[in-house]
Every structure is written in structure tokens, then in C-alpha cells.
Design a protein around this ligand. Structure first.
Ligand SMILES: [Zn+2]
Length: 79
């Protein structure tokens, strides 16, 4: 059973596709995050844009972005 719709976990935007449409066409530009939770347990989250993904991540772990950006800055300074 193939899921014929996709819901953005951040803004709630939903796209549906018919039997004839390819999901990869309809979901062009979307981001899908897999959250490995253990043996054969995977949560998948879909987002319609990078800003939706960013907003969702910030709501999940509000304390991370600052540290994350800091480590990114340290990495880029070496380039
Ligand atoms: Zn969205």
C-alpha cells in the first residue's frame, strides 16, 4: 500500500498524487527526513521547503541552533 499523499509536518501543506503521477515529480523541492529510532523503527517527516524544515527543527530542539551554527562557523573558517 503506497501512500498517495504527503503532508508538510511544519505548515500542514498537503499534496496528493494520483496513480498516474510520480511522487518524485509532485514532491519536487520537498525534503524528507528519516528519524532512526532503533531496529526497523523509522519515523519519516516531510517538509515542503527548507524554511519549514528549519522551523520544525527549531521547535523540536530549541537549544541546538546556536551551537550548531557556532560549529558550522568553525568549520567554514578552515576552508
Ligand atoms: Zn511547509
Amino acid at each position: 500500500m503506497v501512500d498517495r499523499s504527503c503532508l508538510c509536518h511544519s505548515c500542514g501543506r498537503k499534496v496528493e498524487f494520483s496513480q498516474e503521477e510520480l511522487p518524485c515529480d509532485v514532491l519536487s523541492g520537498w525534503l524528507v527526513v528519516s528519524h532512526m529510532k532503533g531496529l526497523e523503527t523509522v519515523d519519516r517527516y516531510s517538509f515542503c521547503s527548507f524554511s519549514c524544515l528549519q522551523r520544525w527543527v527549531a521547535s523540536q530542539v530549541p537549544e541546538i541552533p546556536g551551537i550548531f551554527l557556532k560549529s558550522m562557523g568553525e568549520e567554514t573558517s578552515e576552508w
